[in-house]
Every structure is written in structure tokens, then in C-alpha cells.
Design a protein around this ligand. Structure first.
Ligand code: PHE
Length: 343
């Protein structure tokens, strides 16, 4: 019996020391298992009770229970203290110092060229057109031959470009996409093709060796020049305001007949003449015409049955007009002070 009491006291003392030393909930949980668990110290002491004479057992049982309760109580107290400490620590670690300045993420803006291109495409998407794309590294065959501009044709002079080989070049216009689409699709066709084009041009305020066009093409039965004028009128009104008028001047493109250059009435002075339109009242915006029968035949489309119109809009020109940009080089220099104005 005395042995048992000594063991219980030893266990109690040892537990108190270890409990005081335990600094985390996990350590306390380990202690609980070691002292109170099924294979714990207390349980193994209680097993000794079987060896005691019957009359000593009640007192021994009581002593063991008291020790167990004391350990449980001490443990509960320690668990509460340690849990509180842990919580305080966690909260202080999670604390945000709201007196620190935040991290500012500079907000980007869409590039004026992308904005202008989207605005133009949106007008035609609204008319049921879809977007088509073609390669920038193009075959002479598509960029010139199929567009009724054979080798030696004088129209090639105005579109000198960068050659990869005799038959491969950087496209000078988005018109080759017309041909690619007409070869692979049957009418009715209604497409707009936005993209980058290249010309061997000297760079100045209104010229660049790399610029952007949006080609438009509609081919169906009974398409007339009236449809072309109506569609371009709508484009001009949407981009430059409801009062805007368009004007067609006779022109020549090898792949359209008749062909026209299309002017838009000046959105600044309304046609009276000002600095923007250089006193003209009109600003040149695009080239257009009825698809040449030779081009249709080349693509396997019967010009006796089908007709179509095409146009090519300069995106730089449109962006300069829409956003009042005076030098197109500003659009390629990536100066944030310029670009951030288009938010
Ligand atoms: N591709 C012509 C150019 O770059 C523009 C154009 C397109 C003209 C479609 C007529 C029809 O000058």
C-alpha cells in the first residue's frame, strides 16, 4: 500500500514538473496520453492494486482516483493557459500594420491602336461580319499576283516591301486575306481582317514602315456600290459622330473596279476647314471598291453570279483622328506618359 502511495506521489510530482515545462498544446496532449492514457503511467500503477490484500484496496482505489482527478485538473488548467498564449501569439503574427502604405499596382490602359481597331471591327461585327486573319509573312502570290498585280505592274512601286525571298515577303496590305478567304469559303462572305502590314517607307509623323489596316470584304449575289457606300457611311458615323459624311473620289486599285478613295468630313470643324483637315473639310481615311472580276475568277467565284465590295481602313489614321494624336510615332514609342492618357 505504501509502495502504491509513493508511486502515485512520484507520478504526480513528475507530471507537475513536465506540465510546467510543456509550452504547446501538442506537448500537453502528449503528456495526457503518457499519464492518463490506456497504456499510461497511472494505469500501470493501478494494475499493482491486484496484488494488494482485499481490505487495502478501497483506500488504494480512492488514492489512485484522487491522483487521476488532480492530474486531470492540473492538465486542464495548463491547457487553458497554453491555448491562450498560443492564440495571442497567432493574433500578433496575423496582425496587419495598417499604418504602412499599401502596395500600389499601376493600372494599365489599352493601346490607342487596339482601341481604334476594336471600335472599327465592332461596327462591322454588328453588321454580321466575322473576323478573319492571315499571315504577315506572305507569298507574293497572295499579296500581289492574286490581287491582279502581276510582276512588273506599276502599282507594285507604291507598295515596295521587305522580301524574305523572291516569292516570300512581308505583306504590304491586308488584302491577301481576302483572297485566302475567297479561295476557301463560298459566298455569302462578310469578313473584316485586322492586321499589321509593312512597307519600305521612311518614318515621319504620318508614315511608318510597319502599320495596321483593317480589310473588309462582302461577297454575295446582287452586292452593289450602294451597299459599299451605306456600310462605310455607317462606319464613319459610328466612329466620328452622327453628323459625319463620307465622300468617294475615283481612284485606282488593281483588285477593285471601280475603285475609290474615301474621305470623311472633318470631325473637328464639320467640313468648314480647319487645322486638322488642313483647310480641306475632308480627311482621307480608306481605300475601297468593287472586287475586280479577275480576282473573283482567280478564287473560283463566278462574277456572273456574285459580286462584292472591299475596303481597307488605316488603323493609325483612325486612331489619330479619334484621339487627336498628331504624330503616329507616339503610338510606337511606348512612353507611359502618352499611353496612360487612354484609360
Ligand atoms: N489594300 C489597299 C491599300 O493598302 C486598300 C484597299 C483595300 C483598297 C480594299 C480597295 C479595297 O492601299
Amino acid at each position: 500500500m505504501d509502495d502504491l502511495r509513493t508511486s502515485l506521489e512520484r507520478i504526480r510530482g513528475q507530471f507537475d514538473r513536465e506540465a510546467r515545462a510543456a509550452g504547446s498544446s501538442q506537448e500537453l496532449e502528449n503528456l495526457r496520453v503518457r499519464y492518463l492514457g490506456k497504456k499510461g503511467e497511472l494505469t500501470s500503477v493501478l494494475r499493482l492494486m491486484g496484488q494488494l490484500p482485499a481490505e487495502e484496496r478501497p483506500a488504494a482505489g480512492q488514492a489512485a482516483n484522487e491522483t487521476r482527478e488532480a492530474i486531470e485538473a492540473a492538465l486542464a488548467e495548463r491547457v487553458a493557459v497554453v491555448a491562450a498564449q498560443e492564440r495571442t501569439l497567432r493574433l500578433s503574427e496575423e496582425k496587419i500594420d495598417i499604418t504602412l502604405p499599401g502596395i500600389r499596382r499601376p493600372m494599365g490602359a489599352r493601346h490607342p491602336l487596339s482601341k481604334a481597331a476594336d471600335e472599327i471591327c465592332d461596327v462591322f461585327l454588328g453588321l454580321g461580319y466575322s473576323i478573319a486573319e492571315g499571315p504577315e509573312v506572305e507569298l507574293d502570290h497572295y499579296n500581289f499576283e492574286m490581287l491582279n498585280t502581276p510582276a512588273g505592274h506599276p502599282a507594285r512601286d507604291t507598295q515596295d516591301t521587305f522580301y524574305i525571298s523572291d516569292s516570300v515577303l512581308l505583306r504590304t496590305q491586308t488584302s491577301p486575306v481576302q483572297v485566302r478567304v475567297m479561295e476557301s469559303t463560298r459566298p455569302p462572305i462578310r469578313i473584316v481582317c485586322p492586321g499589321r502590314v509593312y512597307r519600305s517607307d521612311t518614318i515621319d509623323a504620318t508614315h511608318s514602315a510597319v502599320f495596321h489596316q483593317i480589310e473588309g470584304l462582302a461577297v454575295d449575289k446582287g452586292i452593289t456600290m450602294g451597299d459599299l457606300v451605306g456600310s462605310l457611311q455607317l462606319y464613319a458615323r459610328r466612329l466620328f459622330g452622327e453628323e459625319t459624311k463620307i465622300r468617294l473620289r475615283p481612284h485606282h486599285f488593281p483588285f477593285t473596279e471601280p475603285s475609290a478613295e474615301v474621305d470623311v468630313s472633318c470631325w473637328v470643324c464639320g467640313g468648314k476647314g480647319c487645322r486638322t483637315c488642313k483647310g480641306e473639310g475632308w480627311v482621307e481615311m480608306l481605300g475601297a471598291g468593287m472586287v475586280h472580276p479577275k480576282v473573283l475568277v482567280g478564287c473560283g467565284i463566278d462574277p456572273e453570279v456574285y459580286s462584292g465590295f472591299a475596303f481597307g481602313i488605316g488603323v493609325e489614321r483612325t486612331a489619330m483622328a479619334r484621339f487627336g494624336i498628331e504624330d503616329l510615332r507616339a503610338m510606337y514609342e511606348n512612353d507611359v506618359r502618352f499611353l496612360s492618357q487612354f484609360k
